[in-house]
Design a protein around this ligand. Structure first.
Ligand code: PLP
Length: 242
């Protein structure tokens, strides 16, 4: 079912009850059901919890339920949150537009960047990735439904960008990411994901790709049907952003 989520209860019946237990469980079940329905291996779709605009306490609550991967879109907000959560072993993913003048901090503070969309940015991230850290995991963002936004590389320019990223020593090219135009209907939602999956399949062996980052609250079933390995989910976990 599309876009279904349970709004997390703000007031708990018991003092120790985690306010996100029900929504977390519901999303996990939604992923598992989609994996089963579309013949995906159980556990082959990783949940990336999109915590942009959410306060650190909510990230802490999801961590307590077992969540480890968190996605952020705004650098200053993310840095403050990381500082408040330093005691937790979290993996941070940058999923928003990376401004060139912010690339050094993105390169230093995140484990993943899903939104590499230009060669110049990739070069900066590689040069700025601190030597004491493993290479930065990156996905190239593809503008798969051209009308949706200007974010991401055009499919026609994908190979030029992939070839440039692949040789950068401090980046580890993992795969492709997209955020298509919103669609209500499941079958229509699947089309852009299928196109991205086709681009991925044609390049997987050449570049050693293993990651397809696609699907959000509203279209995660469609994304899993088409082979997503990361779904990026905010609203279904935390409720609507204010
Ligand atoms: C905000 C955001 C999401 C999460 O969207 P929801 O609808 O809240 O699940 C996923 N991906 C990107 C790139 C985002 O910016």
């Amino acid at each position: 079912m599309q876009g279904r989520f349970q709004r997390p209860t703000r007031r708990c019946m018991w003092k120790n009850m985690n306010p996100f237990a029900a929504s977390f469980q519901a999303v996990r079940e939604q992923i598992a059901r989609a994996e089963a329905r579309y013949g995906r291996r159980p556990g082959s779709t990783e949940l990336l919890a999109v915590s942009k605009t959410q306060p650190p306490a909510r990230v802490r609550a999801l961590h307590a339920l077992g969540q480890r991967h968190f996605g952020e879109s705004y650098l200053q907000e993310a840095l403050a949150k990381m500082a408040a959560l330093e005691d937790l072993p979290l993996t941070w993913h940058f999923i928003g537009h990376v401004q060139s003048n912010k690339s050094a901090e993105v390169a230093a503070r995140f484990s993943w960047v899903h939104s590499v969309d230009r060669t110049k940015l990739a070069r900066r991230l590689s040069e700025q990735r601190p030597m004491g850290l493993p290479p930065l995991n990156v996905c190239v963002q593809v503008n798969i439904s051209a009308e949706a936004s200007k974010a991401g590389v055009e499919p026609a320019e994908l190979d030029t960008l992939l070839a440039a990223v692949a040789i950068l020593p401090r980046l580890k090219l993992r795969g492709l990411m997209t955020l298509p135009a919103p669609e209500e209907d499941l079958q229509r939602q699947r089309l852009p994901f299928r196109r991205l999956a086709a681009l991925f399949a044609e390049r997987r062996d050449r570049y050693g790709l293993d990651t397809l980052s696609m699907g959000t609250t509203a279209d995660l079933e469609a994304a899993i049907a088409e082979g997503a390995t990361f779904v990026r989910v905010g609203t279904a976990l935390f409720g609507p952003r204010t």
